[in-house]
Design a protein around this ligand. Structure first.
Ligand SMILES: NC(=O)c1ccc[n+]([C@@H]2O[C@H](COP(=O)([O-])OP(=O)(O)OC[C@H]3O[C@@H](n4cnc5c(N)ncnc54)[C@H](O)[C@@H]3O)[C@@H](O)[C@H]2O)c1
Length: 356
C-alpha cells in the first residue's frame, strides 16, 4: 500500500473491472499508463472473474477493492482512501435475458449504483473541479433502429428491455449531473462487444461453447435481428480516447458499422470452428426458438462524432475479430468450464428451456 500512496498523475476508480469489458480495459490501460493508479471496484457477481487480471494483479499501479456500488458507505470509504480524480464506470448488470427474469437488481445496480457514484463524484468535484466521470453505456438505449437509418448521439432514447431502460435512466442521470452541477462527465453508447473473457450467456461465446460441447444453438425468432458487432479491444481504445480527450458533457456513440443478421453471424462462427477443428458441419446444431419479448430488430449507430473529433476507427473487421475470439475460447477450456458449471446450468434452463 505504501507504493500506492506515491504521487500518481491520475487516481482512477474503475468499476466493474473484473467483468468482460473491464478486464480488457484494465489489461490494456494498466501497463500503458504506469503513472496512473487504477483501483478496480467490483463486487464480483457471477459475471466477474478476477483471474482474468492475473497479468496485472501485482502491478504497482493496480489495486482491487471488493465493494458493491449499491453500498454508498463502502464506496465513500474507498473514495476517501484513494482520493480519486476520476471514475470509469462499467459496473452493471449487463444481460437482457436476466433483466426480463429479474428487473429489480438491474434498477438497484445500474440506476442506484450509478447515482451513488455520481454523488461521490459531485462531492469530490468540490475540491477538484476537473473530476472526470466516464459512464460506459449501450446502444440499446435507442431501441430498435429503422432500416436505412443510424442512431447518432441526438437520436431519441427509446429502450425496450428493463436492462436498456436501466442504462438509459443512468445515462440521463449522468447528463443531469453535468447540466445541474457542472460535473465533468462523458458518456459512451457502444454496440454489442465480443472477444476474450465474455461470459458465455452472451451470444457469441454461447454459440462457441455450445458447438464445442455438441449442444444445439438456440436462435431467437427468425434469426434475422441485426447487430453491429465491435471487437472489445476496439471499444477499449475508444474508451481510452474518450476518457482523455472527450469534451465534458458530451456523448459518443461507438459502433463498428459491420451490421450483421444473427443467422449470418452464426454461420460465420460455424465455418470458423469447422476450419479450426476439422469437425462439423455445425449448422445442423441451429435450433430456432420462440423470440425474446421486446427483442429489438436492429441496432445501428452513427459513429461519425468519435471518428471525426477523436480520430477513432475500429481496427478489426468482424471476420478478423471472430477468428481471434474463437482461438481464445478454444484455448481457454478451463475458463469456459468454470463459467458454465453451477448457476449457469439453472440460468440456461430458465431462459431457453421454455422456448423450444
Ligand atoms: N457487453 C457489451 O456488449 C456492452 C456493450 C455496450 C455497453 N456495455 C456496458 O459496458 C459495461 C460492462 O459490460 P460487460 O459486458 O463487461 O459486463 P459484465 O456483466 O461482463 O461485467 C459487469 C461487471 O460489473 C460487476 N458488477 C455488477 N454489479 C455490481 C455491483 N452492484 N457492484 C460492483 N460491481 C458490480 C460484475 O461483478 C462484473 O465484473 C456495462 O455497463 C454494460 O452496460 C456492454
Amino acid at each position: 500500500m505504501a507504493e500506492k500512496n506515491r504521487n500518481f498523475k491520475k487516481r482512477i476508480a474503475v468499476t466493474g473491472g473484473a467483468g468482460f469489458i473491464g478486464s480488457n480495459l484494465l489489461l490494456m490501460m494498466v501497463p500503458r499508463y504506469p503513472d496512473y493508479l487504477f483501483v478496480n471496484i467490483d463486487c464480483l457477481t457471477y459475471a466477474a472473474n478476477l483471474s482474468n487480471l492475473s497479468e496485472i494483479d501485482s502491478a504497482e499501479n493496480y489495486e482491487f477493492e471488493k465493494i458493491d456500488i449499491t453500498d454508498y458507505a463502502g464506496l465513500e470509504q474507498c473514495f476517501n482512501k484513494y482520493n480519486f480524480d476520476s471514475v470509469i464506470h462499467l459496473a452493471a448488470e449487463s444481460h437482457v435475458d436476466r433483466s426480463l427474469i429479474g428487473p429489480a437488481l438491474f434498477i438497484q445496480t445500474n440506476v442506484m449504483g450509478t447515482f451513488n457514484l455520481l454523488e461521490l463524484a459531485r462531492k469530490s468535484a468540490v475540491s477538484n473541479s476537473d473530476f472526470r466521470f466516464l459512464h460506459v453505456s449501450t446502444d440499446e438505449v435507442y431501441g430498435s433502429i429503422e432500416t436505412g437509418s443510424r442512431a447518432d448521439e441526438n437520436y431519441p432514447v427509446n429502450p425496450s428491455s428493463p436492462y436498456a431502460a436501466s442504462k438509459a435512466a443512468a445515462d440521463q442521470m449522468v447528463r443531469s449531473y453535468h447540466k445541474s452541477y457542472g460535473l465533468n462527465t462523458v458518456i459512451t453508447n457502444c454496440t454489442n462487444n465480443y472477444g476474450a473473457f465474455q461470459f458465455p450467456e452472451k451470444l457469441i461465446p454461447l454459440l462457441i461453447n455450445n458447438i464445442i460441447n455438441g449442444k444445439t444453438m438456440p436462435v431467437y425468432g427468425d434469426g434475422r435481428n441485426i447487430r453491429d458487432w465491435l471487437y472489445v479491444e476496439d471499444h477499449c481504445r475508444a474508451l481510452d480516447l474518450v476518457f482523455h480527450n472527450g469534451v465534458a458533457g458530451s456523448v459518443y456513440n461507438i459502433g463498428s458499422g459491420s451490421e450483421t443478421e444473427n443467422i449470418i453471424l452464426i454461420k460465420k462462427i460455424c465455418a470458423i470452428l469447422e476450419k479450426k477443428t476439422g469437425a462439423g458441419p455445425f449448422d445442423k446444431l441451429i435450433e430456432f426458438v420462440k423470440d425474446r419479448p421486446g427483442h429489438d430488430r436492429r441496432y445501428a449507430l452513427d459513429s461519425s462524432k468519435i471518428k471525426n473529433e477523436l480520430g477513432w476507427e475500429p481496427s478489426l473487421s468482424l471476420d478478423e475479430g471472430l477468428e481471434l475470439t474463437v482461438d481464445w475460447y478454444l484455448s481457454q477450456s478451463d475458463w469456459l468450464k468454470k463459467c458454465t458449471s453451477g448457476e449457469y446450468v439453472n440460468y440456461y434452463e430458465k431462459v431457453y428451456g421454455d422456448r423450444k
